[in-house]
Design a protein around this ligand. Structure first.
Ligand SMILES: [Zn+2]
Length: 73
């Protein structure tokens, strides 16, 4: 599981996009805005909740995949 996303910088409101690698984010890595150099990341005490949310999302995807069984004739 490795994917990237980007968010708009919440600090300088310049419209700068901060590239975030989700798996690194969940390790507590912080990412910096290319414009104002502000660091964004998950608070250490929220990492558990964030991991759980991502895990539930993965479970949901698995469920969806598993539900696509071929029809029996
Ligand atoms: Zn910024």
């Amino acid at each position: 599981m490795s994917y990237t996303t980007s968010i708009k910088c919440p600090v300088c409101e310049s419209g700068s996009k901060i590239e975030i690698e989700v798996s690194a984010l969940l390790q507590g890595v912080q990412f910096s805005c290319p414009t104002c150099k502000s660091q964004v990341g998950i608070q250490e005490d929220s990492i558990g909740a964030a991991r759980k949310a991502v895990g539930e999302f993965e479970n949901l995807k698995n469920k969806f995949t598993n539900s696509q069984k071929p029809f029996k004739s």
